[in-house]
Design a protein around this ligand. Structure first.
Ligand SMILES: *Cc1c(COP(=O)(O)O)cnc(C)c1O
Length: 357
């Protein structure tokens, strides 16, 4: 109720008061329940990563390196992008919020797909811009024609999520280049690649190859494939001017000392971690295949999760999984998203899913 949203005589901004706070995936209620509602990595942290975090604790009284100097150098070398294009934040959700604050405000519009990542409406409303949500196609892909059609002269950015959370399909490179070519000059293209490491579709969009266009911004995270969700670290790859603006908007010292240490140790373990990603990918493909055999209309999944389009059955299906001690993410009235986990847990998911047929 916006009319009640005052602090004494001080009003809360109505667009903020009207928003629901970000709703995290449900916690596992019992000792046997498994949380499959937040797309977390099922592997335990590597010893070298926990050791780096433990060592970093000696620097607890000190502020972190605000420029994340070593990490910036390492990520720039890894991705073969200039360091001046990188900006780090407490998760890529923070980077997105700071990016949108840097380019938009009241009267501006941000176009994004829906159903997509829960944080998008929040990230658009915080700087006071207007969310323009474009429904997905029935197969869970972005409706890029409709998104283009939704662009007006007030559109500061079109935000795409590839692969899309929660439905799974990615955008192809041709689709992304077409979209970029058709955007007005003053509209940015923000590409959320939170799950890019899990993609196997050879056609998947490669926005890093489009960075010559200053309007392209890419968001990535250490939370999913790299297993650092708890330490909060993500980054943007953008035009250097925008990277500078994002750094200006970001609260100082947002990326903690242990987070920077963990990310550096993680980069050193890339091969091991990518082998784990390959295991998750093979499990994902197994799950999609089996769920389709069971008759579920599962879209292509390029992330570490599968989507069951449950429509009006969403809450009932989620409750059914909960009865089997499997906590999934219900997005009524669209469907249920289930994080891919270990083979044993995935088997439990498939058994429970069979019970829905
Ligand atoms: C998980 C996720 C992110 C990243 O979250 P952080 O933990 O803040 O880095 C970004 N976009 C999408 C679509 C996600 O699912």
């Amino acid at each position: 109720m916006p009319s009640e949203a005052t602090v004494g005589p001080v009003p809360i901004r109505p667009e903020i008061a009207a928003l629901a706070a970000y709703r995290p995936g449900g916690a596992a209620p019992g000792p046997n329940a498994v949380k499959l509602s937040s797309n977390e990595n099922p592997f335990p942290p590597l010893p070298s990563v926990t050791a780096a975090i433990a060592e970093s604790a000696a620097r607890l009284p000190l502020y972190p390196d605000n420029a994340a100097t070593r990490l910036t150098t390492e990520v720039a070398a890894w991705l073969d992008v200039p360091a001046e294009r990188l900006s780090f934040g407490a998760g890529s959700v923070s980077v997105l919020m700071h990016l949108l604050s840097a380019i938009s405000g009241p009267g501006d519009e941000i176009v994004f797909p829906w159903r997509s990542f829960e944080a998008y409406p929040l990230a658009v409303n915080v700087p006071g811009a207007t969310p323009v949500q474009v429904p997905l196609l029935p197969d869970g892909r972005h409706d890029l024609d409709a998104m283009r059609a939704a662009v007006t002269e007030r559109t500061r950015a079109v935000l795409v999520c590839t692969p899309n959370n929660p439905t799974g399909p990615c955008i192809t490179h041709d689709e992304l280049t077409d979209l970029l070519a058709q955007l007005p000059e003053r509209t940015m293209l923000v590409v959320d690649e939170a799950y890019i490491e899990f993609t196997t579709d050879p056609e998947v969009a490669r926005p890093l190859e489009l960075l010559d266009d200053p309007r392209v911004a890419v968001l990535r995270t250490f939370s999913k494939a790299w297993g650092l969700a708890g330490f909060r670290i993500g980054y943007g790859i953008t035009h250097p001017t925008l990277a500078g603006a994002i750094r200006t908007v970001t609260p100082p010292f947002s990326v903690s000392i242990p987070a920077q240490a963990a990310a550096l140790a993680t980069l050193a373990e890339r091969e091991t971690l990518l082998a784990q990603v390959a295991e998750i990918v093979s499990e994902r493909d197994r799950m999609v295949g089996r769920l389709r055999e069971l008759g579920f209309d599962v879209p292509d999944s390029q992330g570490n999760f599968v989507w069951l389009p449950a429509a009006e059955q969403t809450d009932r299906w989620a409750a059914h999984f909960a009865e089997h001690d499997l906590i999934v993410r219900a997005y009524a009235p669209d469907g249920v998203r289930i994080t891919v986990s270990t083979p044993e847990i995935n088997d439990r998911v498939l058994d429970a899913a069979a019970g829905l047929r």
